[in-house]
Design a protein around this ligand. Structure first.
Ligand code: PAP
Length: 343
């Protein structure tokens, strides 16, 4: 599928819904999406029309194995990076170091999305053959409260990554501007900000998504590893070691001596992945060019785009939403500024 076909599929998707599904959807609040098509407010989040049906199939039909690993992310918060790190770490015993699968496949081909890919056109996809190795490794953007109960109630593991909402907003806005359907006028910064402020974007509101996983990870840290993009940027090596332990595949002393940790970190770095031929050319399963998943890869880029009044409003929003949660976000790598909700 190419980008044009993706837009056509998105548009056709709503028309292809049968009467029963149209009835369900009719009652849902609906808004224009950022790229084209619509967002529907379902189970407390804005679900893109493209994946509404596949999300429901995934929620209903997915049977988790106790050994499964699910990478759960908020869009634009480090999904591509986490997929690369988790895949290489988990499966490193299966391939020679010079035959690294990242050289020939994009992270999105290696770790497939459940709602955006596997369940997209099939309510019962062949999940066994979707993963090259055991244990199975999948990805999703679905909020914690809407995951299939077989994931939340089993011993399967979840790795979650999020990012400070200012950088996430800029990443989403620039990504959407690039991909927005040609016949639609671009969203102005004010329009995008307004939608963002009110939580109207794929899988939003951000804070509910993040807090859902945050609370669950605090209740059950052996099941959910909660990561932040800024922490990974600051010290990728130590977070990779933490990830390997969480996944049950800690680096051995020999591996440490051989420098396997910094090698994986370098292989999965923004600079390295962005320059690989496979990521410069190919297309994501949803038809989006792989290259669009690599923009700047920095902490604090929001300061080049947001007006002081936008920053002020977002800081207040963070304060309000994260108050008493114990969750904080680092907004800048330069000043080491950490935003505490009590500020
Ligand atoms: P998705 O949730 O839509 O799949 P995701 O990978 O989370 O996308 O978002 C892309 C962001 O991650 C981009 O951020 P930016 O717009 O602020 O630049 C992209 O540059 C960044 N990114 C992609 N790969 C890496 C990487 N290996 N290391 C660090 N950042 C990365």
């Amino acid at each position: 599928m190419n980008t044009a076909e993706m837009f056509s599929l998105t548009q056709k998707m709503e028309k292809s819904w049968d009467n029963e599904f149209q009835e369900l959807v009719k009652a849902l609040p609906k808004e224009d999406g950022w790229i084209g098509s619509h967002l529907y407010f379902y189970q407390g989040f804005w679900c893109p029309a493209l994946v509404l049906k596949s999300f429901i199939s995934f929620q209903k039909n997915f049977q988790a194995f106790a050994s499964d690993v699910i990478l759960a992310t908020f869009p634009k918060c480090g999904t591509t990076w986490l997929k690369a790190l988790a895949y290489i770490t988990l499966y490193r015993s299966h391939f020679a170091r010079d035959e690294n699968p990242l050289l020939s496949s994009s992270p999105h081909q290696l770790v497939r999305f459940l709602e955006y890919d596997l369940y997209l056109n099939n309510p019962f996809p062949d999940l066994q053959n979707a993963c090259a190795y055991e244990p199975r490794l999948f990805a999703t953007h679905v909020p914690y409260a809407s995951l299939p109960t077989s994931i939340t109630d089993s011993n399967s593991k979840i790795v979650y990554i999020c990012r400070n909402p200012l950088d996430m907003f800029i990443s989403l806005w620039l990504f959407s501007t690039k991909l927005r359907e040609n016949n639609l006028r671009p969203l102005s910064p004010d329009e995008a900000f307004d939608k963002f402020y009110h939580g109207i974007y794929a899988f939003g509101p951000f804070f509910e998504h993040v807090l859902g996983y945050w609370k669950a990870s605090r209740e059950n840290p052996n099941k959910i590893l909660f990561l932040k993009y800024e922490d990974l940027m600051e010290d990728t090596n130590s977070h990779l070691k933490k990830l390997s332990m969480f996944l049950g595949v800690p680096f051995t002393e020999d591996e440490e001596k051989q420098g396997v940790v910094p090698e994986i970190v370098k292989m999965c770095s923004f600079e390295n992945l962005k320059e690989l031929e496979v990521n410069k050319k190919g297309l994501h399963a949803s038809g989006i060019p792989n290259a669009d998943f690599f923009r700047k890869g920095e902490v604090g880029d929001w300061s080049n785009h947001l007006t002081p009044s936008m920053v002020e409003r977002l800081e207040k929003l963070i304060q309000e939403k994260l108050n008493n949660s114990g969750l904080t976000f680092k907004l800048s790598s330069k000043t080491s500024r950490i935003f505490h909700p009590s500020e």
